[in-house]
Design a binder for this molecule. Structure first.
Ligand code: SF4
Length: 532
């Protein structure tokens, strides 16, 4: 099967064929817009700096030459082409290889070079020979190509096209060593797709990044020399290298410069704005967004098809409420019923039934909420959303807003639309899917943050104002709650389904990617996080 490249079809490149040869799912993820930035890629980029610069060529050399095969339908780039002076060419492909590994031409390199040579010959050039240059070894190794190699390269292009044009993701490899060195493991989640304990956890690079909160009224963040700088008046409040920024949350009357907004979006980092009382007012994210096909499917999913997701969000939420109450307060009156409601939610026949069960569970849970609060005078007389009538409700509202910001970021990072939900109705014009995802994290992250902050004295009644019979956090209280929340989301827990340790913030992205897995067809169902 050969096909010319068409604008409405994924462009087949030599790099994409290399991904496919490594693993068809990896090529599909690339076309779906998933990008990763691993150490290997960083090293590869550094090694290619010269070869990617056409102006750095020596006499008789051409660098970074774009090539196209019009019949087989792919394009690519040659690192270096040498003109041998007799009308023939030499192809040189640069490779960075860890020093302890041998300078050996692999099958993948052979295919890459074969595709470069085939494209040059398709353009009427004569290629005399071809080499791989191993930069760490400073060694040129010849590549001998036979007719069979060219047949295999052609078949690889066709197979790549067939795989990436499929609307459904290829299955992840099972227990395969390739996954351990795959640049896409953190977005692919190969072992998690089976929704069973992970036998051999793939350790993905720790991004060592942080969410920056701008919580000082009147402060302004800008970008300077690759750093995010926050200033108020003449004082510099904080300075963070942009590489370490995972996202920004702007609280109340703080500001961002246009340059910083542009830089964050260029880096595909999300910005969330919320009011000083903890209401998310909006977010900004890059125009580049992966998994467009799955997002379209998200929009087209019927309530019946999304019922598994809706059930799991609430079944897990209720289990987690029961666990928090049992661990921190008096659950004697409600534990059995909450557990029963969780089981009933998991098999409910409609989203209306799920919502009814959720309502009964919430009433039971908040009836016992006071028993989890130890300091004298910290009074909780039932859940009042907006306006908050007491400090506990004000802190809960704020904590839910922080959690909502994290859920929005998790969903956006895998390309899902925060507004199209499976439990919460999109007709309410709220970020329904973000509110769906938030449910299972409410008790263990947001409620737990508030309870700990009051019980360990980080928050006291002095940290609240009481305008017109309502309650709101002071600036100090808001900062204390944000600090407590960050400690919680960066804390590790053992994932109840997969059995490995993970931070709560990373767990949100994993759960978002499990929703994505249901939509892109690479896993059968969704399992919410249930704490024990
Ligand atoms: S992690 Fe494994 S299954 Fe996923 S893309 Fe990489 S090699 Fe393929």
């Amino acid at each position: 099967m050969s096909a010319p490249v068409q604008s409405d079809r994924p462009a087949i490149t030599i790099g994409l064929a290399a991904h496919h040869q490594f693993c068809p799912r990896r090529a599909w993820l690339e076309v779906a817009g998933e990008r990763t930035d691993t150490h290997q890629m960083a090293v590869g980029t550094a090694q290619h700096v010269n070869t990617d610069d056409p102006s750095s060529a020596r006499p008789g050399q051409l660098r970074a030459v774009d090539v196209t095969h019009s019949t087989w339908g792919y394009s690519g780039r040659c690192d270096t082409i040498e003109d041998l002076g007799d009308g023939t060419l030499r192809v040189l492909e640069y490779k960075a290889t860890p020093v302890r590994r041998r300078a050996e031409v692999t099958e993948a390199m052979r295919m890459q070079v074969a595709l470069q040579v085939a494209a040059l010959e398709d353009a009427g050039q004569v290629v005399r020979d071809q080499f791989v240059y191993f930069t760490e070894h400073r060694q040129r190794v010849p590549v001998t190509l036979t007719a069979k190699d060219f047949e295999a390269a052609h078949a690889l292009v066709d197979a790549t096209r067939q795989a990436v044009e499929s609307p459904f993701a290829p299955s992840a490899l099972e227990d395969d060593p390739r996954c351990e060195r795959c640049s896409h493991a953190s977005v692919c989640l190969p072992d998690e797709r089976a929704l069973a304990p992970v036998r051999r956890r793939i350790v993905v690079a720790d991004p060592d990044t942080q969410v920056v909160h701008l919580a000082t009224p009147g402060s302004r963040a800008s970008v300077r020399a690759g750093r995010l700088i926050v200033r108020k008046g003449d004082d510099e409040l904080t300075s963070v290298p942009l590489e370490r920024v995972q996202g920004v949350v702007v609280h109340g009357n703080a500001d961002l410069s246009g340059g910083l907004i542009r830089e964050l979006l260029w880096r595909q980092l999300s910005i969330v704005w919320c009011t000083g009382r903890g209401r998310v007012t909006g977010w900004a994210s890059s125009t580049d967004s992966p998994n467009g096909t799955a997002r379209a499917r998200q929009h087209a999913t019927t309530p019946e098809a999304g019922l598994n997701l809706a059930r799991e969000f609430i079944a897990a939420k209720i289990t987690n409420q029961a666990t928090l109450l049992r661990r921190n307060g008096d659950a004697a009156a409600s534990l059995a019923r909450l557990r029963q409601l969780s089981r009933t939610a998991a098999t409910a026949l409609s989203t209306d039934e799920v919502l009814g069960i959720e309502g009964e569970a919430a009433a039971l849970y908040f009836d016992g909420f006071q028993t989890m609060l130890r300091p004298a005078g910290v009074q909780f007389d039932g859940r009042t959303r907006r306006p908050a009538r007491d400090p506990v409700n004000a802190a809960l509202n704020y904590s839910y807003a922080l959690l909502l910001g994290d859920c929005i970021r998790a969903l956006r990072s895998c390309g899902l639309d925060p507004h199209i939900g499976f439990l919460h109705s999109s007709s309410r014009n709220k970020p329904a899917l973000a509110l769906d995802l938030l449910e299972e994290f409410r008790a263990p992250v947001a409620d737990s943050t508030v309870i700990r902050a009051f019980n360990n004295g980080e928050l006291t009644l002095d940290d609240f104002r009481a305008p017109l019979g309502t309650s709101a956090l002071t600036e100090r209280g808001r900062k204390a709650l944000i600090t407590s929340y960050e400690r919680r989301v960066l804390g590790e827990m053992t994932h109840p389904t997969f059995g490995y340790k993970v931070t709560w913030r990373r767990a949100m992205e994993i759960q978002a990617r499990l929703i994505l897995g249901v939509l892109d067809g690479s896993q059968p169902s969704y399992i919410g996080i249930r704490t024990r």
